[in-house]
Design a protein around this ligand. Structure first.
Ligand SMILES: NC(=O)c1ccc[n+]([C@@H]2O[C@H](COP(=O)([O-])OP(=O)(O)OC[C@H]3O[C@@H](n4cnc5c(N)ncnc54)[C@H](O)[C@@H]3O)[C@@H](O)[C@H]2O)c1
Length: 249
């Protein structure tokens, strides 16, 4: 049997992060589940086998929190094989002149600056190991934007650019860096992209934009993360991997 990998997933308390953390755990990996919501992180770890998961609370946009989380992981396990920066925040769709500067700041801080912070701390570890995979949850909004999401699109487009730049920088060390670009996914976040409508109405509207005719589910994205983190994807780096039922075409 293969050695268990050490996998860190941010935003692991809900939606895509939760499904991914549980999928890696089912593979037999050790999973560090990070979330700003401590109870949510502990709940997902509670669904894993005993001693397989470690729940750590923290805000990924806080340099102090991210440093503590990486230090704790390294003290406990001594290495990091998969670093999946998935935590993110949505933006309610509206014209650019109605987006407060504070909201822009928070979206950029969590969806983009946090990635930079995490990469800065983990790149030296993976370079030393001469192995490792970094994953980011970007969005199909980075590939094919729609109106009203200017701050969110800017943050996710920045994320894809950062991933591509880092993929080149770390390739000589055999470290791979990839972005996953989900289409509209059935998670608690989806209703927060809309200004009005019930959850069912919002899901119906988003579903209409997906050529394959169904919403993406967190397990679709977890499967992509598992693949991109695996040796089967050992030649794949710097991609923006669309998991979107054709929404990006
Ligand atoms: N749901 C969609 O339609 C969709 C589509 C494309 C991309 N995405 C992206 O997928 C990722 C996951 O979203 P989801 O749909 O699973 O949402 P979700 O709301 O179900 O889960 C997000 C998790 O991230 C955590 N989180 C938020 N801010 C944090 C912070 N500052 N520090 C640590 N944890 C934090 C939340 O507590 C929550 O548990 C996000 O980056 C999102 O932008 C979602």
């Amino acid at each position: 049997m293969a050695e268990p990998r050490i996998v860190l997933v941010t935003g692991a308390g809900s939606g895509i992060g939760r499904a991914s953390a549980l999928s890696f755990a089912r593979e037999g990996d050790h999973v560090v589940a990070v979330d700003i919501d401590q109870v949510a992180a502990e709940t997902v770890v509670g669904e894993m086998a005993q001693d397989q998961g470690l729940a750590l609370a923290g805000d990924v946009s806080s340099p102090a929190d991210v440093t503590r989380i990486i230090d704790t992981t390294m003290r406990r396990f001594g290495r990091l094989d998969v670093f999946f920066q998935n935590a993110g925040v949505p933006q309610a769709a509206r014209p650019i002149e109605e987006i407060p500067l504070e909201e822009w700041g928070r979206i950029i801080a969590v969806n983009l600056t946090a990635l930079f912070l995490g990469f800065q701390l983990v790149a030296p570890i993976m370079k030393r190991q001469e192995s490792g995979v970094m994953l980011v949850t970007a969005s199909i909004a980075a590939i094919r934007p729609r109106p009203g999401l200017s701050a969110y699109v800017a943050s996710k487009t920045g994320a894809v650019g950062l991933v591509k730049a880092l993929a080149l920088e770390l390739a000589p060390y055999k470290v791979r860096v990839n972005a996953i670009c989900p289409g509209p996914a059935r998670t608690p976040m989806i209703s927060k992209f809309a200004i009005s409508g019930s959850q069912a109405e919002i899901e119906e509207r988003f579903m209409a934009s997906v050529p394959l005719g169904r919403l993406i589910v967190p397990e679709d994205i977890a499967a992509a993360a598992l693949y991109l983190a695996s040796d089967a994807a050992s030649i794949i780096t710097g991609v923006a991997f669309e998991v979107d039922g054709g929404r990006g075409i």
